[in-house]
Design a protein around this ligand. Structure first.
Ligand code: PRP
Ligand code: URA
Length: 209
């Protein structure tokens, strides 16, 4: 049984279709990624624990629910993760942020790390790792290993598109980390791109090639 949730909400699927379209502009792609991040964030945080606190409304004192525990950490795998990160922070503005600079070598498809910065007390927090694409899963697996080395022990991985090969490899490497995605596509091509996919997420967000 795979540890993966496909967020099949109609709004997510509608927006994803526009993002897949190669005629969608850079500006449109960026806005849609931020909007989809709102909907995915809603799902990935659905089971967060609440606790009751006492507050005074203008009319009376009540016990009301609030998020329990330490603030979340959103860990963005650069560059493309930042597109999801922005939308996540719209909904959870007090979240802490980790940045993990990783790109995949185009020849070997192996991850190359160039930056890492994370909150010191990451061991005490839920860490939601974000990157739009889970292709071979090499980047995501490396990012999670790095976070675990730093003490993270309560993690989730959120992406927009996944390849079946990537989901399987990720589940084998990190069975304790649930994956949330808007879709699982057909396969990876010989260059490691998700098919049908949406192309290179970073390039489509930033207008690079
Ligand atoms: C993309 C994507 C993931 C990675 C997925 O990043 O954002 O990080 O590829 O591929 P994988 O599952 O096969 O590792 P890329 O390496 O293009 O870097 P970028 O975000 O800087 O463009
Ligand atoms: N990275 C991307 O941005 N797109 C893919 O299809 C695979 C990896």
């Amino acid at each position: 049984m795979q540890n993966v949730t496909v967020v099949d909400h109609p709004l997510v699927q509608h927006k994803l279709t526009i993002m897949r379209d190669k005629e969608t502009s850079i500006a449109g792609f960026r806005v849609l990624l931020r909007e989809i991040a709102h909907l995915l964030c809603y799902e990935v945080t659905r089971d967060l624990e609440l606790e009751m606190i006492s507050i005074k409304t203008p009319l009376e004192t009540i016990e009301a629910p609030t998020l329990k525990g330490k603030k979340l950490v959103f860990a963005s795998i650069l560059r493309a993760g930042n597109g999801l990160l922005d939308g996540m922070l719209d909904l959870v503005p007090a979240a802490r942020v980790a940045h993990i600079g990783i790109y995949r070598d185009h020849e070997t498809l192996q991850p190359v790390e160039y930056y890492f910065k994370a909150p010191a007390d990451i061991a005490d927090r839920l860490v939601i790792v974000v990157d739009p694409m889970l292709a071979t899963a090499n980047s995501a697996i490396a990012a999670i290993e790095r976070l675990k080395q730093r003490g993270a022990n309560n993690l989730r991985f959120l992406c927009l598109l996944a390849a079946p090969e990537g989901v399987q490899k990720f589940n084998e490497a990190h069975p304790d980390v649930p994956v949330f995605t808007a879709a699982i596509d057909s396969h990876l091509n010989e260059k490691g791109y998700i098919v049908p996919g949406l192309g290179d997420a970073g390039d489509r967000m930033y207008g690079t090639r």
